[in-house]
Design a protein around this ligand. Structure first.
Ligand SMILES: [Zn+2]
Length: 214
């Protein structure tokens, strides 16, 4: 499936493009698409005034892009919470269902769902859920890829993207798990998971989309 405009806005938001400049490369890796597709879509998003693009510096959401992204992220994550908490879906499976449902969600439905769920602040992947006015708690901007050897922390959130979620949960790594970085090589980062005592080899590119708290 080719990611659409809304998927790009959500990805830019998750990568921290609400407050900082992010690169094409980060979007390429996050959405598993070609650099050419990203450039093409960014041009469209600039025309529609959802993002600004400063050559050689990066991409950032405009105020209107941020509002749009926050509302999409909100719809997506409210569904994830509902599916996991109330319909008994395994956390690994909620993303794909939410991906379809978010596009059919009106503001009123999101509002009623938020109330029903007790206004949750986080999705099952640790991502923030913006409120109806588009406000949200600050999200971690430190990626596992930048953590030095010997440092300890816990996993705070992973980018809401299907192949990444499968990859991380497939490793046996979950939100809130504690780790220590044991070694860093070109292609892998080895961490020890405190909960299991296991050593896990995490792909270095994937580690750019895993956010941590130290
Ligand atoms: Zn999520």
């Amino acid at each position: 499936m080719t990611p659409n405009k809304e998927d790009y806005l959500k990805m830019i938001f998750e990568l921290g493009g609400d407050t900082a400049l992010i690169s094409n490369k980060q979007i390429v890796a996050g959405l598993s698409v070609s650099a050419a597709s990203v450039s093409e879509m960014i041009t469209k998003l600039v025309e529609q005034q959802y993002v600004t693009h400063t050559p050689y510096q990066g991409i950032k959401l405009t105020a209107s892009g941020q509002r749009r992204a926050a509302s999409l992220v909100r719809n997506h994550r409210l569904w994830e919470v509902f599916l996991a908490n109330d319909l008994g879906y395994p956390v690994d499976n909620v993303h794909a269902e939410a991906e379809m449902l978010e596009h059919a969600t009106t503001a009123e439905m999101a509002e009623r769902m938020a109330k029903f769920l007790g206004n949750p602040k986080y999705c099952p992947h640790g991502g923030v859920i913006p409120d109806e006015d588009g406000h949200y708690l600050d999200q971690s901007r430190v990626t596992l890829s930048t953590v030095p050897v010997g440092a300890k922390g816990h996993i705070e959130r992973i980018v809401d993207e299907a192949s990444l979620i499968d990859y991380v949960f497939g490793l046996g790594l979950h939100i809130e798990d504690h780790f220590e970085v044991l070694a860093k090589e070109d292609k892998t980062i080895t961490i020890r998971q405190r909960e299991t005592g296991k050593d896990l080899a995490v792909d270095a590119v994937r580690a750019e989309h895993i956010f941590v708290e130290l």
